[in-house]
Design a protein. Structure first.
Length: 94
């Protein structure tokens, strides 16, 4: 499987996991670890990326960085949403 196919597969898996996610701090941390943790899918892609030729790095580098940014931004937005939900839930209703 080419690196591009693996990038696309991880993006598809991430989208699927997002659609099934029950928003809790624990589930969000599990999602983060699965994709951008030290042993996560994107981290493995970057390790494999390091072994590519300079031409291949130019070809796949942008796609890999876009995937990482997308996942990081998505997780950050979900963390913000979770924090907002906590603030709303902790408010008193008189």
């Amino acid at each position: 499987m080419s690196l591009l196919e693996r990038i696309e597969k991880i993006r598809t898996q991430f989208d699927s996991d997002l659609s099934k996610l029950r928003l809790t701090a624990d589930s969000l941390e599990e999602l983060r670890l699965k994709y951008i943790g030290k042993k996560g899918g994107i981290s493995r892609l970057f390790r494999d990326f390091a072994a590519l030729s300079p031409d291949d790095k130019r070809t796949f580098g942008k796609d890999l960085n876009l995937l990482k940014k997308f996942v990081e931004d998505s997780i950050r937005q979900l963390k913000e949403k979770l924090a907002e939900n906590r603030q709303t839930d902790s408010g008193f209703d008189y």
